[in-house]
Design a protein around this ligand. Structure first.
Ligand code: ZN
Ligand code: ZN
Length: 414
């Protein structure tokens, strides 16, 4: 007797940022994944296929932005236009083709020396400061205007808009406190780079005047009186997620950079209430948002930042605890979805080993379950068990694999 005709499936993609790790002496030479109690992840491993993934390629240390582009099915070498545009999109600025975007810090300068690159991690009043800065008019370069918006704490984004601008300019950020800021210089000999450097230098000078006399800074021990601008990038707009893949995509995240990648690709971006991108985040708000999004979207991506934070903090016990929290949320989430019609993926965008305190090129464990996905012998979700699984892939392989499992891939040939 024939089986019923297949129906296209949806995909729920849960990503624990930077969760992959290396053996840690203090944990008995185990990784946080090996040590953590994760009954729900282990269940996915038991009913699905497991393995390891090099998010970009072996030996390449991925940034979260480049890796997410890759995991969403876009070649980062073609479409990554620098950190600035991603940050600017992440704070909700609308970018146009040709815009030059920067990530900025509110900083404290005294007697010509940067004494704090984060203005005491200022939390209040940055909206008012940004509003005042936004009024600045550029006069030295005709036809250039600025758009400036605050992000979280001391962070902000700047956009230079106008004809013939170039990201080939240096930064004014000395990168260390106790040094004077630098003059912005063109780093290629083109009219566009010269114009852009000139406009940015004027903006930095004028913003210093606006900020140092602003009421928000009155009485602040570390006034937010100076802007450091870096990560210049010229927006290249890739085809939208829907154009490229023919399906609707949703990104659920609190982290600006990930929201920026989602906006860049024209995906629906949801920042659930209570989701912070910090240790105090509400994972269940994200889970609920994912369940809702699956009703209208084909590809729902849920981003969790805290594993990466614990890696950067070099805190293995915290990483174990975060993984166990994620596992509990996953149990809650899996009960609310139909695994028969949903492909579920769980993986990371890179490893952030606690011993390295930064991103490494170590491949990350991955599990794919749901639908009629093949089942391998792996029964525990961790870096070592994953070596016995079916998959050994690169990030660029993942999206086509998911499209195939969802029943949406085009056949190659007859
Ligand atoms: Zn990351
Ligand atoms: Zn990181």
């Amino acid at each position: 007797m024939q089986l019923p005709p297949p129906k296209p499936k949806k995909c729920l993609f849960v990503l624990a940022d930077g969760a992959g790790d290396r053996p840690i002496k203090r944990l008995g030479n185990k990784t946080p994944y090996q040590l953590a109690r994760t009954p729900n992840l282990d269940h996915l491993s038991k009913i699905g296929e497991d393995g390891l993934m090099d998010p970009i390629a072996p030996g390449i240390r991925p940034g979260s932005d480049t890796s997410h582009l890759q995991l969403f099915g876009y070649d980062p070498y073609k479409y990554y236009s620098g950190r600035g545009p991603i940050e600017a999109l992440g704070v909700g600025l609308e970018l146009q083709e040709g815009d030059i975007a920067f990530r900025c810090n509110f900083a404290t300068i005294k007697d010509g020396i940067v004494i704090d690159r984060r203005a005491g991690r200022i939390r209040e009043g940055t909206h008012e400061l940004a509003k005042a800065v936004n009024e600045i008019a550029i006069t030295s370069v005709p036809g250039v205007r600025i758009i400036f918006k605050e992000s979280t704490e001391h962070r902000a984004a700047l956009v230079l808009r106008g004809k013939s601008l170039s990201p080939q300019i240096s930064t004014n950020d000395p990168h260390l406190a106790g040094r004077p800021p630098m003059k912005v210089l063109p780093i290629e000999h083109t009219e566009a780079a010269i114009r852009t450097a000139k406009a940015l230098n004027e903006f930095i000078e004028k913003s210093h005047k606006v900020l140092r006399s602003h009421p928000v800074n009155r009485g602040r021990e570390l006034p937010a009186n100076y802007l450091l601008c870096r990560g210049a990038g010229k927006l290249v707009r890739p085809p939208s997620f829907e154009q490229e893949h023919g399906i609707k995509g949703t990104v659920i995240a609190a982290e600006g950079m990930i929201k920026g990648v989602g906006s860049l690709l024209g995906m629906e971006v949801i920042h659930p209430k209570g989701a912070t991108g910090g240790y105090d985040t509400n994972l269940y708000a994200k889970a609920d948002a994912a369940v809702e999004a699956l009703k209208r979207s084909d590809f729902v991506f849920l981003h969790i930042k805290e594993t990466d934070l614990a890696g950067h903090d070099g805190d293995p016990e915290k990483k174990v605890a975060v993984i166990e929290d994620i596992d509990k949320m996953l149990g809650y989430l899996l009960k609310k979805i139909d695994m028969g019609s949903t492909i579920v993926v769980f993986t990371s965008d890179h490893s952030t080993p606690c011993s390295v305190r930064n991103h490494s090129a170590d491949p990350v464990p991955i599990v794919i379950a749901g639908g009629d996905v093949r089942i391998d012998y792996v029964t525990h979700f961790d870096e070592l068990s994953a070596t016995e699984g079916e998959l050994r892939i690169r990030g660029k392989d993942l999206f086509p694999i998911l499209m195939d499992l969802m029943g949406r891939a085009k056949k190659f040939g007859a």
